[in-house]
Design a protein around this ligand. Structure first.
Ligand SMILES: CC(C)(COP(=O)(O)OP(=O)(O)OC[C@H]1O[C@@H](n2cnc3c(N)ncnc32)[C@H](O)[C@@H]1OP(=O)(O)O)[C@@H](O)C(=O)NCCC(=O)NCCS
Length: 151
């Protein structure tokens, strides 16, 4: 049984580190905006162990303006979506993303966007997100696409 709870930025590190920043210093797991009052983090727990994480930050992107005149407070960026390797492909990521979307809808958020690693694009497409850019490189991480969903 998987339980989704709100966690602190620091509590995401046991998942962010091995999945997203493997082999790099633990401090590299910190994201700009992690501690802002508008930011929240969710953890997926199996028993007492955190096995998946997602971070939601209030932030706007220029691509959103091509869709509608969204205000900053209507837009959230997703970051740090990750599931421990041994737990991937079991529905944990889907559960985390659905919970994040539900909470964002409750906050009247209209648009969600993020930079998706190429390998994760099919996962996000299944969840209704659309590619909104050409491919671009994030240094030390790899090739990405911008993806967007209007709620
Ligand atoms: C991408 C990630 C978060 C997905 O989480 P997950 O728990 O493995 O995914 P789920 O099991 O919830 O999958 C949900 C659906 O997406 C599909 N899916 C998941 N990953 C996929 C992939 N890489 N390619 C194609 N389909 C995929 C599943 O088959 C499932 O389909 P279904 O609903 O028809 O059964 C996870 O695999 C991960 O942490 N990957 C490494 C880090 C990463 O790339 N993070 C994203 C950074 S942008």
């Amino acid at each position: 049984m998987i339980d989704i709870q709100t966690v602190t930025a620091r509590e995401t590190f046991p998942v962010r580190h091995p999945v997203l920043r493997n082999g790099r210093p633990l401090e590299d797991c910190h994201f700009s905006g992690d501690e802002l009052g508008t930011t929240f983090h969710l953890g997926a727990f199996e028993k007492d162990k955190i096995i998946g994480v997602i971070t939601c930050l209030m932030n706007k992107d220029v691509h959103l303006e091509k869709i509608a005149a969204f205000q900053l407070h209507q837009c959230y960026q997703l970051r740090g979506m990750a599931v421990l390797e041994s737990m991937q492909g079991k529905g944990v990521g889907k559960k985390l993303l659905k919970k994040a979307e539900q909470l964002l809808k409750e906050k009247n958020i209209r648009a969600i966007w993020f930079h998706a690693r190429i390998a994760a694009v099919p996962f996000y497409e299944k969840m209704g997100y659309k590619i909104a850019s050409g491919v671009f490189v994030i240094p030390n991480v790899g090739d990405h696409f911008k993806m967007i969903k209007v709620l």
